[in-house]
Design a protein around this ligand. Structure first.
Ligand SMILES: *Cc1c(COP(=O)(O)O)cnc(C)c1O
Length: 252
């Protein structure tokens, strides 16, 4: 536990061991290479996909290891964990972008907006109103993705595809919100559906939304793909993959 990384951490913030740091760098490089290979197969440049490192499984030390490895986009599913980690690393690196990828309760909106987080899970008008209020009060504009339940799985969150257009129209009229695109997940593996089919569906939906709601802007972001299926998502046009387990293998 006495090993240290090259620069000194913020006081009180746990540090990864040298072995953990090495493992995390290896995992980061391996994921980057897989992303680059999938981009190549899709005829896209390697920088057209952002890797959002999902830190929900790990504490501050492993999160720090991932930042040291080079990851700048970080995702958390619980708002409190996002606040805590964003605060811990705000002075270490100001270029970090946090992403909320889990459910956001309205009473947790102001603090999450204050962290400058991109909200990937906007799925209701009530949440849009709360986010807009907080953003306007803070004098910021809050980037959001509409979370769409493409597989129409009743156990999943997200707006159903048929209701996404109305939600987007509403969001486009709120001065504090900046819609950037959509987020979604492939069907549960038990459903026996090829993930590419769900990803293609999400891309088509995004294209349709952009066409029918010009006020929302271009909607450039398609957040789709996780550790088990990100290559398929990249082949279908993903611009943001949300990777947890593949980055923290042998590190938990
Ligand atoms: C946990 C989580 C991920 C990352 O999943 P892995 O399979 O560990 O890569 C991505 N997106 C969401 C919404 C999640 O909750």
């Amino acid at each position: 536990m006495s090993s240290t990384t090259s620069d000194s951490p913020t006081p009180g913030e746990p540090e990864p061991t040298a072995a953990e740091q090495r493992q995390c760098c290896e995992n980061w490089q391996a994921v980057r290479e897989r992303v680059a290979t999938a981009c190549h197969q899709a005829g896209r440049g390697p920088d057209t996909v952002r890797i959002v490192g999902v830190t929900k499984y790990v504490g501050l030390a492993a999160t720090r290891a991932l930042i040291e490895a080079g990851c700048r986009d970080l995702g958390e599913s619980r708002p409190q964990a996002l606040w805590e980690k964003a605060a811990a690393f705000a002075t270490v690196d100001r270029s970090l972008q946090w992403h909320l990828i889990g459910h956001l309760q309205r009473n947790k909106v102001p603090r999450t907006v204050a962290c400058g987080a991109l909200i990937q899970t906007l799925d209701s008008e009530r949440l849009a109103i709360a986010l807009n209020q907080a953003a306007v009060a803070a004098g910021v504009s809050c980037e959001v993705l509409l979370e769409v339940n493409v597989s129409a799985d009743p156990g999943r969150s997200g707006v159903v595809p048929a209701a996404a257009g109305d939600l987007l129209e509403m969001v486009a009229g709120l001065p504090g919100l900046l819609p950037r695109g959509v987020m979604g997940m492939a069907s549960h593996p038990d459903a026996g559906i090829d993930p590419r089919q769900d990803f293609a569906h999400l891309r088509t939906l995004r294209d349709t939304l952009a066409k029918h709601c010009p006020a929302a802007g271009e909607l450039p972001e398609l957040s789709m793909g996780m550790s088990g299926d990100f290559e398929a998502a990249i082949l279908e046009g993903s611009t943001m993959v949300r990777i947890g387990s593949a980055l923290f293998e042998s590190l938990r």
